[in-house]
Each structure stands twice: as structure tokens, then as C-alpha cells.
Design a protein around this ligand. Structure first.
Ligand SMILES: C[S@@+](CC[C@H](N)C(=O)[O-])C[C@H]1O[C@@H](n2cnc3c(N)ncnc32)[C@H](O)[C@@H]1O
Length: 347
């Protein structure tokens, strides 16, 4: 397909995802006002100028994503990669589960787990209904609905935001002699690992996560298509089950805002330990308060609306200082739409 047609197809695809996310949220909010109303001051409308900045940043993200694919940083097919079967299978469940999410939010129930879900042995900070979601990160249904919920939350931009780690990662990995090894810390349902495999097929991939159900989901996703199966391990990122200096690169996507400050530091120290000398650690997470002051009111609201107990602390945390205190250097920081990126080197 000529470039202009592919670009148009990609823009249309993204716009449909935006429209879908927006429509879902608008209808859900209207329904909530009837079924499970919240106190008027617990949410706030986004002012028009902030919405305009959001739209501009989203357009910039779409453009840079397209530019990277067109330049061959990753295959164009990645731009259209969407788990359609899950979408049709699980969207009705997202809708049906929504009233219980509202109930949990309204009743401030943050540790509500089904009888069939074992919470034994997990750190206290983890045993939470993040995003008020059913069974937190520990249920089968949560693993099935997660990607769709994130797509709705970010109006279809979750994967484009994840893809921003690929250019710095590839830049580093291409210089490695032999088979490079890459670790995804808190790999969740495996979307980032899949992107890395499609971009760097000769890489030996590894992923850890604390959720057994999310790891199972990741295994499903990664087994569906040809390619070497990443090694997935059920482990706490605070004690990574790998030797020192093992990986050429370590990445982590959307993890740090869900950790208490001191755990954030422990995980960064672990990433440093397992990364080889000369290697990189690439982080993608939420933007922080100083990045776009216009988004600050929205970010103030985010922790209570989505039950993100550590987000407020994260939003002003000096991650560069944490990376440097672990031993990393030459930390490069950038922003794309609602995300922030740190690329840190281990000398
Ligand atoms: C917001 S999700 C992000 C998942 C995935 N990286 C993505 O891009 O969608 C946070 C993930 O971090 C995992 N997690 C949280 N604390 C962890 C820890 N201490 N060790 C390992 N995984 C953890 C959760 O199980 C969940 O899969």
C-alpha cells in the first residue's frame, strides 16, 4: 500500500479508537449519574483549553508513531495490531462489570477480592483493586478485560504510548553483538513484549509480573503468532530472579505509578543490578505534574477516580534522581501525550 494510503488508514483507525473510547465513557458517565451517582465535587469536567492541548498531544503522538513506522523503526503492521477477538468477546463483560466498579468506588472498597482469588504472599501495596477493577490484578476476568479497559481510558492511545520505547531500545540493541537479552519488568498481558518481538525478532525476551492471571494472558497472546516465546516468570520486581549483569536492556511500562516510593527505588535498583554494563533501562509511565501544569487538576483527580493509591506521590517523584541513585547515568527524559519516558544508561 502506498505510504499516504497506509497513513490515512492508520489515522482513521486511531480516530475510530478515540471515538469509541470517548463514546463509551460519555454513555457510561450518563448511566452512572442515574444508577450510582457520585458527590458532585468528586469529579470535575476538563476545561476546553486543556481538552485542546490533550487533542494536540494525541495528534502529535499519532504522527510520531506513524513517522517511526514509516522510517522502519518497527513494522507498519504494528500500527494496526489490535486484539479484535478479545474486543468482541470481552466488551460486553466490560459493560456488565461497570456497575460493580462504580459500587466499589462509591463505597471506597479497595480490597475487595472474590473467594476464589488467593491474595496470600503478595505485598500489601499490591493487594488492592487498582482502577476499582474486579479482583485487582489477581483475577481471570481482570486479565481478560484489562487491555480493553486501558484502551478505553486512553482513547486508543495505550499501544502508541507503549511503542515510544521501541526507538531508544532498538537504537541500543542493534549495537549488541550476539543474541541480545531484554527483560520487561511488570509485563502484564504481554503487549510490550509482543511489540519488541515484532521489532527485534532476534532478541531473547523475558518478562516478569506478580499476577499469575496476567502472565497466562501474556502467554496466550505471545503463543498465537510465530516467533520465539518469551520466558515469563511469576516474580516480584523487588527481587528479580536473574543474575547480575544479565540483560542488554531492561524496560518497564506503566508500573512505577502503582508502587509506593520506597518500592519504586527498590525496583529501579533491581533493574540496575540485572542490566549489563553498557546496557539501558527504558521506562514508560504517566506524565508528572511539572510536565504540563494545565493537566495538574486532571492528575489531582486521577487517584481517587481510578483508585491509584500511589499516583499522587509518583506525580511529583524525582525519577531521574532515583535512577541516578541506583547507579544509572545519562538519563534522557521525554513526554508523549499522557506518558513520560526515561532512558537511563548503565556505565
Ligand atoms: C498498569 S499494569 C501495566 C502492565 C503492562 N506493563 C502494560 O503495559 O499494560 C501494572 C502491572 O504491574 C504489575 N505489578 C505491580 N507490582 C508489581 C511488582 N512488585 N512486581 C511485579 N509486577 C508488578 C501488575 O501485576 C500489572 O501487571
Amino acid at each position: 500500500m502506498p505510504d499516504t494510503l497506509t497513513k490515512l488508514a492508520y489515522q482513521t483507525f486511531q480516530q475510530s479508537k478515540q471515538a469509541f473510547g470517548f463514546t463509551h465513557k460519555t454513555l457510561a458517565n450518563r448511566l452512572r449519574e442515574v444508577i450510582s451517582p457520585v458527590a458532585p465535587d468528586s469529579t470535575s469536567d476538563i476545561p476546553a483549553p486543556t481538552l485542546a492541548i490533550l487533542k494536540q498531544r494525541l495528534d502529535e503522538l499519532t504522527e510520531v508513531d506513524w513517522q517511526d513506522a514509516a522510517a522502519g523503526v518497527y513494522p507498519t503492521s504494528l500500527l494496526f495490531d489490535n486484539p479484535w477477538d478479545d474486543f468482541f468477546k470481552y466488551y460486553p463483560m466490560v459493560v456488565m462489570d461497570t456497575p460493580s466498579v462504580w459500587d466499589r468506588a462509591k463505597n471506597k472498597q479497595y480490597q475487595d477480592f472474590g473467594a476464589d482469588v488467593s491474595t496470600d504472599g503478595y505485598p500489601d501495596y499490591y493487594v488492592q483493586n487498582f482502577h476499582h477493577q474486579t479482583d485487582g490484578y489477581l483475577g481471570e476476568m481482570s486479565a481478560n478485560l484489562y487491555d480493553l479497559q486501558v484502551e478505553i481510558l486512553f482513547n486508543g492511545s495505550a499501544d502508541p504510548m507503549r511503542r515510544r520505547i521501541l526507538a531508544p531500545l532498538k537504537h541500543h540493541i542493534e549495537r549488541v553483538i550476539g543474541t541480545p537479552k531484554v527483560l520487561d519488568v511488570a509485563c502484564g498481558t504481554g503487549r510490550t513484549l509482543k511489540m519488541i518481538r515484532d521489532t527485534l525478532p532476534q532478541t531473547s525476551l523475558h518478562g516478569v509480573d506478580l499476577s499469575p492471571t496476567y502472565l497466562r494472558k501474556a502467554n496466550d497472546l505471545l503463543s498465537r503468532e510465530p516467533g520465539t516465546l518469551p520466558q515469563l516468570i511469576h516474580a516480584n520486581a523487588e527481587a528479580l530472579p536473574y543474575l547480575d549483569n544479565y540483560f542488554d536492556a531492561t524496560v518497564s511500562v506503566f508500573l512505577f505509578h502503582e508502587l509506593p516510593g520506597e518500592v519504586r527505588q527498590t525496583v529501579i535498583n533491581e533493574a540496575y543490578r540485572v542490566t549489563k554494563s553498557g546496557g539501558v533501562f527504558v521506562i514508560c509511565d504517566s506524565i508528572q505534574k511539572l510536565d504540563t501544569p494545565e493537566f495538574a487538576p486532571m492528575m489531582e483527580n486521577f487517584p481517587s477516580v481510578f483508585h491509584e493509591p500511589y499516583y499522587r506521590h509518583y506525580s511529583t517523584d524525582d525519577m531521574t534522581a532515583r535512577l541516578e541513585s541506583a547507579g544509572f547515568s545519562d538519563v534522557e527524559v521525554s513526554n508523549h501525550f499522557m506518558s513520560k519516558y526515561w532512558v537511563a544508561k548503565k556505565a
